[in-house]
Every structure is written in structure tokens, then in C-alpha cells.
Design a protein around this ligand. Structure first.
Ligand code: CP
Ligand code: NVA
Length: 330
């Protein structure tokens, strides 16, 4: 059966079948190649896209805007809507669905993006909630395809850090779907819920993925990819002290990369990253806790292993693929 994603939402990666992820990744490769040759696209011509943001963003917002513009769509960036204050999510969805062909939402509650999807009547894309960040994972997998000389289902991928946040959850789902060897290297307190793990084990049994949860730093041996994310996600800013205590042993540093015994191991991070003290938060953390970096050292971040900016670029190509596949003139 040929893949057809027209009219579909992307609320969590669980919405996609393995062949649909592969399709989106291949479409991303094609769209990226086309952009690099300078061809102006028209696959989203006459489409209007709404970018609804409760939380801050650099990559996701800009990736959607540039991707839409590249293919001829118009975008509205909406951060001060009536939603939640004077108008319900349901009513907002019904209004926006009459103007727009697709709606991206970034915010707190997963329930909000689900309610938008239920009532908008047009595709809704999750640009990050407390629970999931599905568009990021497509960019991550495209980057691995480009940087690691192995098919995705042969890759050993270690996620070190807060394994129960939106990135930990979404990488687990993505890895299960594409058949990867996935290791969550994290303190037990920060492992994904048993419910999600059990659900993904069923998927893994079908795709051949291996899902591991470990507190042992030696579980990075033979890793192709070491991935991390912030220790304190947006909306959890009162948890720095607790998280630093729990996660300090899992910082990605040169010692962790050496333990992989793979000189070609790549380092990935969805960004933004606390690898130095060049930010307000970074300086506060140094003052309060004496740390000059959190989840990754500056040395690793700037090393030859790091592909974080290639990964950031790929947000745009993969988001373009999602829009083209779900609302485009393909
Ligand atoms: N990775 C990511 O989602 O970045 P932004 O928060 O800048 O959108
Ligand atoms: N876990 C992070 C991801 C940022 C892209 C957060 O939610 O803040």
C-alpha cells in the first residue's frame, strides 16, 4: 500500500506506522536536496498555516516559517491568542480551522494539542508539549541517516539524561518504530512510565527494536549515537537543584564518549543546550551550583563528534516534509 498522509495529524509519533516514518524521512531527503539546488517549491502554494505558541522557541518556530515560505505557504505566528483565557481550546480550534489549512501547536498540556486536533477539522502538528516532541525526532533520525554509516535499525542509540521528558518519551517511541537499539541511560526516578515502556515493547517485538533502561555508564559501549537534552524542561524551572543531584553522573563528557569505544560516535542534542555560561540561566546555575555546564560539557559540544547544528538544520527539512505530506499539493 502506498503511504498517504493527507489530512493526518501529528500529535505523537505513535500516530505513525514504521513505513510512514520512513516515507517522511525519504521525503525530507528529497526536499532537502531540492532546496540545496536552489529550486523554489510550490508544494504548499495557497496554503495558510497557523503557528500557535504558548512556550518559547527558536528552531521550531523558524523551521516552520522557513519551510512554509520555501513551498509558497503563508504563516501566522500566534502567541497572544484568546485561547485558554477568554476562549476554550475547542472554540479556538473551530475558529482557526476555518482560516487555516494546518495548525502547529507548542505548549504545555498534551490534552490541548489533542483537543485542537479533535475540533480543528484540519491537520494539527505537535511542535512540543510537556509529554512529546514528535517533529524533533524526524530531524534526529534524518541526521543519523546522514552521519552514521548504518541503516537506522542497526544503530545503537543512547539517550543520557531525563528519560521521561518529552524528548525521552518521543525518542523511545521513534526508536521502537524504526527498530533501533535504544538505551535510556538515566536514574530510575527519571525512566519513562511503565505504561509507555510496555506499549513500546509491543512495537519493538514487531520491528526488532531493543529497548534498554540502565543506570550503568558502561551501557554506552559500542554506541553510535549519544544524545542528551536539558535536565530541566520548559515549565519545570523550580526543579534545578533536584535534577542536578540526580543527573550529574549522567552528564555527557569526554569520559562518556570514550566509554563507547567507538571513535566515530556522534553527539546529538535537540538544543538549546547548557554547555557553557553564556546564557542568563547558565550564569545563575554557575552562581548557585558551581557548574559551568549541565547535560553536556563544552568540550563535547564543540568536538568533532558533535552534529548538533546539522541536526538543527534538519528540523526545517523534516518539518517541511510533514507539512507537504499532510496538507501539500503532492
Ligand atoms: N529543539 C527545539 O525544539 O528547539 P526550540 O525550542 O528552539 O524550538
Ligand atoms: N525537553 C526540552 C526540549 C526543548 C526542545 C523542553 O521541553 O524544554
Amino acid at each position: 500500500m502506498p503511504v498517504n498522509l493527507k489530512g493526518r495529524h501529528l500529535i505523537t509519533l505513535k500516530d505513525l506506522k514504521p513505513e510512514e516514518i520512513k516515507y517522511l524521512l525519504h521525503l525530507s531527503v528529497d526536499l532537502k536536496a531540492r532546496k540545496l539546488t536552489g529550486i523554489k517549491g510550490n508544494l504548499l502554494e495557497h496554503k495558510n498555516v497557523c503557528l500557535l505558541f504558548e512556550k518559547t522557541s527558536t528552531r521550531t518556530r523558524c523551521a516552520f516559517e522557513v519551510a512554509a515560505c520555501d513551498e509558497g505557504a503563508n504563516v501566522t505566528f500566534l502567541t497572544n491568542s484568546q485561547m485558554g483565557k477568554k476562549e476554550s481550546v475547542e472554540d479556538t480550534a473551530k475558529v482557526l480551522g476555518r482560516y487555516y489549512d494546518g495548525i502547529e501547536f507548542r505548549g504545555y498540556s498534551q490534552e490541548t494539542v489533542e483537543t485542537l486536533a479533535k475540533h480543528a477539522g484540519v491537520p494539527v502538528w505537535n511542535g512540543l508539549t510537556d509529554m512529546y516532541h514528535p517533529t524533533q525526532i524526524l530531524a534526529d533520525f534524518l541526521t543519523i541517516m546522514e552521519q552514521v554509516d548504518k541503516p537506522l535499525n542497526k544503530v545503537k542509540f543512547v539517550y543520557a539524561g531525563d528519560a521521561r521528558n518529552n524528548m525521552g518519551n518521543s525518542l523511545l517511541i521513534g526508536a521502537a518504530l524504526v527498530g533501533m537499539h535504544f538505551v535510556a541511560l538515566a536514574p530510575k526516578e527519571l525512566w519513562p512510565t511503565k505504561e509507555l515502556v510496555d506499549e513500546m515493547q509491543v512495537v519493538a517485538d514487531y520491528t526488532g527494536a531493543v529497548l534498554e533502561f540502565s543506570e550503568d555508564l558502561d551501557s554506552v559501549e559500542n554506541a553510535d549515537v549519544i544524545y542528551t537534552d536539558v535536565w530541566v524542561s520548559m515549565g519545570e524551572e523550580d526543579l534545578f537543584e533536584e535534577r542536578i543531584k540526580l543527573l550529574k553522573p549522567f552528564q555527557v563528557n569526554m569520559d562518556m564518549l570514550r566509554r563507547t569505544k567507538n571513535s566515530n560516535v556522534i553527539f546529538m542534542h535537540c538544543l538549546p543546550a547548557f554547555h557553557d555560561t553564556m546564557t542568563e540561566v547558565g550564569r545563575e546555575i554557575e552562581e548557585k551550583f558551581g557548574l559551568t555546564a549541565m547535560e553536556v560539557t563544552d568540550e563535547v559540544f564543540r568536538s568533532k563528534h558533535s552534529v548538533v547544528f546539522e541536526e538543527a538544520e534538519n528540523r526545517m527539512h523534516t518539518i517541511k516534509a510533514i507539512m507537504v505530506a499532510t496538507i501539500g499539493n503532492l
